[in-house]
Design a protein around this ligand. Structure first.
Ligand code: G3H
Ligand code: 13P
Ligand code: ZN
Length: 307
């Protein structure tokens, strides 16, 4: 069932679990998420970034997600992840997206507010949910904590930002980072900051980006078949669970699916030299990603929350 992030996230917030937002740029990744949603009886958010749109085409990606969502009874939303500007948002809404993120976090506070407000008025008039970001995802390296802290979300600013923009969801920076190299040492999320944000921000649901855990089994599989990923490190699952217990309702995952896909394709190509039908290695990739997505749904507590 196609629905909005607001519907999916409000139910999660009321019940104390989080929903995974999984990024796609191809059919196999979407199938993996949709099959996992059905098998786990879990809602799912499908994220599409501007670069995924450049790769797969806006209407191609939008249509496969809509067809998939309509074919299952689990709630699924079609969400623009890291939308660039108002035009980007408008194009996605016209293509049937039910939720959009405007990421103007690289701009100054006032400019971020101005762009975000414009997106809110456009999206809300079309019943589309809005997420925006405050703070920058840089991770926290132990040696340079003070420098990095400057990029983390300030709770007072978060309160003002939500109040003045009217967004539905706020993406915060508390020490996560995008990609497979999140930290040199053990990543430590700033839970005190999350608590303070949650205290101050009453009008919006909280989102955590850069939340892949980069599981060692995926890295070992990919590395065994030739991938060079030394130093890859993600956010430990225990810290993800703690973030959910402190009020995070949406958790963005891209890297773990990319790694799973890569490891599986490498494995099939290395072990089946006669394979020439792409479906042979893509099906293994899909199944491996599905296992990852199912694991996330269990970890986030969204399994079993839908019929
Ligand atoms: O934050 C989102 C992604 O992990 C980066 O995605 O390479 O499709 O822009 P992208
Ligand atoms: P990861 O790179 O940790 O998977 O984060 C993805 C993300 O935040 C997409 O918006
Ligand atoms: Zn992100």
């Amino acid at each position: 069932m196609l629905t909005t992030n607001n519907e999916i996230m409000s139910a999660a917030a009321m019940d104390g679990y989080a929903v995974g937002a999984f990024n796609i740029s191809n059919l196999e990744t979407l199938l993996a998420i949709a099959e996992a949603a059905v098998e786990e009886k879990s809602p799912a958010i499908i994220g599409v970034t501007p670069s995924a749109i450049r790769y797969g085409g806006l209407n191609h990606l939008a249509e496969i997600v809509k067809v998939s969502a309509k074919s299952i009874s689990q709630p699924m939303s079609l969400h623009l992840d890291h939308g660039k500007d108002v035009e980007n948002v408008r194009n996605c809404i016209d293509a049937g997206f039910t939720s959009v993120m405007i990421d103007a976090s690289h701009l100054g506070f006032e400019e971020n507010i101005a762009v975000t407000k414009e997106v809110v008025s456009l999206a809300h008039s079309r019943c589309v949910s809005v997420e925006a970001e405050l703070g920058r995802l840089m991770g926290i390296e132990e040696e340079v904590v003070e420098e990095k802290e400057a990029f983390l979300t300030d709770p007072d600013e978060a309160e003002e930002f939500v109040r003045r923009t009217g967004i539905d969801a706020l993406a915060i920076a508390i020490g996560t980072a995008h990609g497979p190299y999140k930290s040199k040492g053990e990543p430590k999320l700033d839970f005190a900051r999350l608590n303070a944000i949650k205290e101050r921000v009453k009008g919006a649901l909280i989102v955590l980006h850069g939340a892949s855990s980069v599981p060692p089994w995926i890295i070992s599989k990919a590395s065994k078949y030739g991938a060079e990923l030394s130093g890859a490190k993600g956010i430990p699952e225990k810290q993800i669970k703690k973030a959910i217990s402190l009020g995070v309702s949406k958790i963005n995952i891209d890297t773990d699916l990319r790694l799973a896909f890569t490891g599986a394709v490498r494995e099939t190509l290395a072990t089946s030299p006669k394979a020439y039908d792409p479906r042979k290695f893509l099906i293994h990739a899909k199944e491996t990603m599905k296992e990852v997505v199912k694991g996330k749904m269990q970890l986030f507590g969204s399994s079993g929350k839908t019929p």
